[in-house]
Design a protein around this ligand. Structure first.
Ligand code: ADP
Ligand code: GLC
Length: 540
């Protein structure tokens, strides 16, 4: 039944292609972003449908699902495509049990090794994305695709080769880099298995140092490239930060931009967060002292309200610099300092943290594992959050820390440098500082950064509180960042955001096929939009 309604804008239909998405499956910030960006884009008239693999957790969450299509052989695997709306998120689920019905982490076996068939697993995800983008399923065709990280990287390559083979127009793709360290590299011999034509294996395609690289294919073929902070967008164009792809990224620099991540400030709210035992607000942070007492007790640390307590919540990998702690721990724990680590990852780092806990009982404690609750409770309790990353595309933990009044002590890289104002004398005098930055990233500078923070905490509690208030006042939400994405999508689609208000009639048929077809080639207007959006038009 088609119903005509009047609205003031033409929605943009965005297909977001991702290997993880909170609250269903998450190993890090990609999951958070894939789960929260759709909510932030909705008020701008960008309707996001997310394509993700049918892991057990996704299938369990989407019990009420509708059959969209069944393919006997997609790159040799039987795939059922389901649609569902869960927690307000519109999903398309690639249900291929041979590939995705596995326990635990989406990328790794229980022993910590990559699944040996990761190539075909995520080729199937990307192949399905390309088919959907070409209108091969009923009632849904996106105007634009956002491909997240290497797992979705082949989407742009499939669309490119299909459009050449079939002579059809190509749905535009924005390739988003969350982490250049993971590129999805597989042997050249897999080309046919991935359903790519021989000519795809070229420097002007997916070939990268003699192998197939999913991410390189995406970066080469995408209409636009985004990454998750302006500083990281610069860093990846240098030989030091480019991980072998800096040449290509420099070549495509006019198509590359950095858009900071936000966090969902309804979820990340210390006044209403169910994980926080003693809720508090910006104006009165007294609840933090009780949270600190509880956390000390939970982790077996000395119950001392005067201790300077530092928290870390992190994947334990070389990227995050947690391995630097072992050599300098004794020097960090001076001056009545305590440290708590919540994390999992590299087995050697895990073992060294457990050894440190034995060496410094009552002062250092770690919890090896993943705990969403502790991920919230730690920043609500500790005085400072330490983030010694060697590189950090954006980082979300510092955003949560700023919002919760835990002062970030972080390396001056990527998104950390973009979101934290260092408490140097000038910034302190101006009253604008929010944390402590150190560089270059090594044990000495890390100790110096912690010393600076502890000194301010001990000597000038008023200045410390000012840092907390400044952090809490800093906008960590998606508002402006989502507007930035909308501007980008509109540019790619040729939508004029600055046009005067008009009223369009759109047809609604069960919700799935809503929206004006932008790909018809006509320039359309999104009405009632300021030239540069800075706020959503309505509450989500
Ligand atoms: P990355 O994506 O590189 O891991 P981010 O800072 O962008 O880093 O995002 C990490 C996200 O995962 C944050 O929401 C953080 O709180 C969470 N996180 C990481 N490790 C853990 C853990 N062991 N337990 C709970 N949350 C974690
Ligand atoms: C990556 C990066 C992290 C970023 C996250 C979300 O995992 O390591 O810095 O915040 O993706 O974009």
């Amino acid at each position: 039944m088609v119903r005509a309604v009047t609205t003031f804008f033409s929605p943009i239909r965005l297909l977001s292609v991702t290997a993880e998405m909170f609250p269903f499956v998450k190993t890090g910030g990609l999951g958070d972003v894939a789960g929260s960006l759709p909510v932030a884009l909705a008020p701008y008239g960008v309707m996001v449908t997310t394509l993700l693999p049918g892991y057990p957790a996704v299938m369990a969450a989407a019990r009420e699902r509708r059959l969209v299509a069944h393919v006997d052989s997609l790159l040799g695997h039987a795939v059922t495509l389901w649609s569902a709306t869960v927690a307000g998120l519109d999903l398309l689920i690639v249900d291929a049990p041979e590939l995705f019905d596995r326990p635990g982490n989406p990328y790794m076996c229980p022993d910590g090794q990559d699944w040996p068939d990761n190539g075909i697993r995520f080729a199937v995800l990307s192949r399905m994305a390309a088919d959907i983008a070409q209108g091969r399923i009923d009632r849904y065709r996106p105007d634009i695709v956002q491909a997240h990280d290497w797992q979705a990287g082949l989407t742009a390559a499939y669309l490119h080769h299909d459009s050449i083979a079939l002579g059809t127009p190509r749905t535009p793709v924005v390739q988003t880099i969350h982490n250049l360290a993971f590129q999805g590299r597989f042997p050249a011999t897999c080309l046919a298995q991935f359903g790519l034509p021989p000519e795809a294996f070229s420097i002007e395609g997916c070939e990268c140092y003699g192998a197939i690289s999913f991410l390189k294919a995406g970066l080469y073929h995408a209409d636009r490239i985004t990454t998750v902070s302006p500083s990281y967008a610069q860093e990846i164009q240098t030989p030091e930060g480019g991980m072998g792809l800096d040449g290509l990224l420099r070549h495509r620099s006019d198509r590359l931009e950095g858009i900071l991540n936000g966090i969902n400030t309804d979820i990340w709210n210390p006044a209403s967060d169910p994980a926080v035992h003693f809720p508090y607000g910006v104006g009165d942070m007294t609840g933090r002292a009780f949270n600190k007492r509880d956390l000390q007790s939970e982790f077996g640390l000395w119950a001392d309200p005067n201790a300077f307590v530092i928290g870390i919540v992190s994947r334990l990998t070389a990227q995050k610099g947690i391995d630097l702690l072992a050599d300098v721990m004794a020097r960090l724990l001076v001056g009545n300092t305590q440290i708590i680590v919540v994390g999992e990852g590299d087995r050697d780092i895990e073992r060294s943290l457990v050894a440190l806990q034995r060496q410094f009982p009552g002062r250092f404690a770690c919890r090896i594992g993943y705990s969403e609750v502790l991920g919230h409770r730690v920043p609500a309790a500790v005085d400072a959050l330490l983030i010694p990353s060697r590189f950090e595309p954006c980082g979300l933990t510092q955003l949560g820390a700023l919002r919760y009044g835990a002062i970030p002590i972080a390396s001056r890289v990527g998104g950390l440098a973009d979101t934290i104002v260092d408490a140097n004398p000038a910034a302190l005098a101006r009253g604008g500082a929010t944390g402590f930055l150190f560089a270059p990233v090594d044990g000495e500078t890390l100790v110096a950064g912690v010393n600076r923070a502890r000194t301010l905490y001990r000597r000038n509690r008023q200045a410390w509180r000012q840092l907390q208030y400044n952090g809490a006042a800093y906008d960590v939400s998606w508002n402006d960042k989502a507007g930035h994405y909308v501007t980008l999508f509109a540019e790619v689609l040729g939508v004029d955001l600055s046009a005067p208000a008009v009223s369009n009639v759109i047809s609604l048929s069960g919700g799935a096929d809503m929206g004006m077809r932008l790909r018809e080639g006509r320039r359309r207007t999104i009405a009632r939009r300021p030239p540069r959006l800075s706020r959503p038009l309505a509450a989500p």
